[in-house]
Unconditional design. Structure first.
Length: 321
């Protein structure tokens, strides 16, 4: 919640500052002032309050902890699925304003406000309703069977994201080809509201599932590593990889640099990468099913042994009354 609120406020402030015609340096000045005030507040905070904020890893064990995390299949596959989701959440806003300015000839103000409204409504509904649905209908994450059911639901949501992504890509290129069915921008925005909603609905549950079977004192470190991976893949590669793909396709097909076709191709690439979450979630689902099978077999062995012992005792009593 803290990361989501902070990112949302940062996006709104930066968009409004640039929209008002002020220099982009104002955004970095505001950032520096905010971080400076936070640093001053931490320096004035008593050591007794900060004494509980310690890392769970002793010195020299971080490398071993990273190896342990990489061996945890559930953590590995859910982290990759989360990274692809966040890649879409970072790549779509990066291209949004330029795509809609070049394809629908929207003004910079309308494109900016549409990005904030569509992303805000979709993400807000997803974050609010997704975890609530999993808690009330499935019962949360208190057992391996519940985790399996939650992963199945999130995977279904990912297939819905797949369908919505195909619709969005078709709509974008249909509009570029001048087809009358794709003239209005409102249906496309409605698809993106749903797309943001279904992506956001699974973010918090996947974070919880990824560290559910870890020791209590290792979860903070695991979440920190996961956030680092997400930042590198999503917020670094989210703007970088679409630009590389756009340049490569533009040179191959001789498109106008920065033109509508090139921008829509980058947009489509981002949506296609988000679809990689489906196989990652499938591997996570296979992992928890394997854990359930192992747990069931281990519980059946003592019961079988007990039944066998009872039959032996019964036979003994029968032979020697």
């Amino acid at each position: 919640m803290a990361a989501g609120i902070g990112s949302g406020l940062g996006s709104v402030v930066s968009s409004l500052v640039l929209q008002s015609g002020l220099s982009y340096t104002i955004v970095f000045i505001l950032q520096g002032c905010a971080l400076g005030m936070l640093g001053l507040g931490m320096s004035l905070t008593s050591s007794a309050v900060l004494s509980g904020m310690r890392t769970s890893c002793a010195p020299g064990t971080i490398g071993l902890s990273l190896v342990d995390l990489s061996r945890n299949k559930m953590y590995r596959w859910t982290t990759l699925a989360l990274s692809t989701f966040y890649f879409g959440m970072a790549g779509i806003p990066y291209l949004w304003i330029r795509v809609f300015r070049h394809t629908w000839n929207l003004s910079e103000a309308d494109a900016t406000y549409s990005s904030l409204i569509v992303g805000g409504i979709g993400s807000g509904f997803g974050v609010t309703l997704g975890p609530r649905y999993l808690d009330r209908v499935i019962g949360g994450f208190n057992s391996a069977m519940n985790i399996k059911r939650c992963l199945e639901v999130i995977r279904i949501w990912s297939f819905v994201v797949l369908i919505l992504s195909v619709i969005c890509i078709t709509y974008l290129f249909g509009h570029l080809l001048g087809l009358g069915l794709f003239r209005s921008v409102v249906p496309l925005w409605a698809c993106f509201v749903l797309l943001f909603g279904f992506i956001s609905a699974g973010l918090a549950p996947l974070t919880v599932i990824s560290v559910h079977d870890m020791p209590e004192d290792s979860r903070s470190f695991a979440v920190g590593v996961q956030m680092t991976v997400r930042q590198l893949f999503a917020f670094t590669c989210g703007p970088l990889l679409p630009g590389i793909v756009m340049d490569m396709l533009g040179n191959a097909f001789h498109w106008t640099p920065g033109g509508a076709m090139q921008l829509c191709a980058g947009f489509a690439f981002v949506l296609l990468v988000v679809m990689l979450a489906i196989p990652f979630l499938g591997r996570a689902l296979a992992t928890v099913e394997q854990q359930i099978a192992v747990s069931s077999s281990s519980q059946e062995r003592p019961a079988t042994a007990a039944v066998g012992n009872n039959s032996i005792v019964s036979n003994c009593h029968t032979r020697h009354p």
